[in-house]
Design a protein around this ligand. Structure first.
Ligand code: SAM
Length: 337
């Protein structure tokens, strides 16, 4: 055996360490342990009893995290380290990429063989995505709303996920009402004036748009990371119809999409390129959704008879790649309905 074998083995195993750690951090959050120890040092036995966990196994899990410096474990006392505390705001990225898509990454070879699409956990995709959107797409949509001629009286959120994006927008005003549409929408709404419909977006728009009525000028329709889903599920024609149908019922449509640039070195040399966009682009190859370029979306909007009122990107303090783009659309003068 040559001298360098062990060093190369350590190097070769770093992705495996990352694999286990990503799962560990996701479960630290999803198990409820993070919330329990966030407030300060706790007894492992008491926390395990409160969560109805096995105390010895809980201690073993926390020992693993202590070895990675996310918690300290001294006797029966566990506490978050500074590194563990700093993780708090990033929980939604773990909910999306691990909770929603860990099973997807296990299916690469089957999908490469052309055996359909990989599965994902749709509920956690909605929860993670809406949680991330609170930092990027939600403020972006608020900016697009400042380009509207007047504040909307109602918002229809197509592909609303767990509904927190919509309640975040509606909650700001106190007077705006909201409808969230998603196959994984919550069963009930806790927010006043907000209701949810469990449905596909194209079905919902087809059912609810009155072809003879004028669009409601005070209504904003929203499609954040939704057109990419419909594109792969139902094809380009269905997306054109969806945009056309949304603008038949609502005065404006706000769209948020991710620009598809996986072969662009400027993207992959960016810190978020390899940390986020590379796996994000991969999961779109495997699942029933398709990312496209800005040019593609702009041509499609044009075909759907939509005019672009404004285009904005996410706050660069959150994501400086410029890949997450928002468009505010309205109907072109004289466009076919
Ligand atoms: C990436 S999430 C976006 C969630 C939220 N709009 C946001 O910005 O965070 C995509 C959502 O679209 C939903 N979805 C997928 N296909 C759909 C369809 N055909 N019609 C409506 N929603 C769909 C998924 O269930 C998921 O909640």
């Amino acid at each position: 055996m040559d001298e360098g074998f062990e060093l190369r083995l350590i190097d070769a195993l770093q992705p495996v360490r990352g694999f286990a750690l990503a799962q560990g951090i996701y479960h630290l959050f999803s198990s409820g342990l993070y919330e329990r120890i966030e407030g300060g040092p706790q007894s492992v036995r008491e926390v395990a009893a409160l969560l109805e966990f096995d105390a010895a196994r809980t201690s073993g899990f926390l020992r693993y995290l202590a070895n990675e410096n996310y918690v300290t474990l001294s006797g029966d006392t566990v506490a978050l380290t500074e590194k563990g505390r700093a993780l708090g705001p990033y929980r939604p990225w773990y909910e999306l990429l691990v909770g929603g898509y860990a099973e997807t990454f296990q299916q690469v070879t089957d999908v490469l063989r052309g055996k359909g699409y990989a599965t994902r956990d749709g509920r956690l995709v909605g929860i993670g995505s809406c949680g991330m959107s609170a930092y990027d797409a939600l403020p972006l949509v608020r900016e697009l709303m400042s380009d509207l001629p007047a504040a909307p009286a109602s918002i229809v959120d197509l592909g609303c996920g767990d509904g927190t994006f919509l309640t975040g927008l509606v909650g700001d005003s106190g007077t705006v009402t909201g409808i969230g549409v998603d196959p994984y929408a919550p069963e009930e709404s806790a927010a006043e004036g907000v209701r949810f419909v469990r449905s596909g977006a194209t079905d919902y728009v087809r059912r609810s748009a009155d072809p003879d009525a004028e669009p409601d000028a005070q209504q904003l329709c929203l499609a954040a990371f939704l057109l990419q889903e419909v594109l792969e599920q139902e094809g380009r024609g269905a997306v054109v119809e969806l945009v056309r149908g949304a603008l038949r019922r609502s005065g404006h449509l706000a769209v948020v999409e991710v620009d598809h640039r996986p072969a662009d070195p400027q993207v992959m040399r960016h810190g978020l390129g390899l940390a986020y966009y590379n796996p994000y682009y991969l999961l779109h190859v495997l699942t029933e959704q398709r990312l496209e370029t800005e040019r593609f979306w702009q041509d499609l909007f044009d075909e759907a008879g939509a005019r672009m009122v404004s285009r904005r990107v996410v706050d660069p303090r959150v994501d400086s790649t410029g890949l997450e783009v928002g468009y505010l659309l309205t109907r072109q003068e004289g466009a076919a309905r």
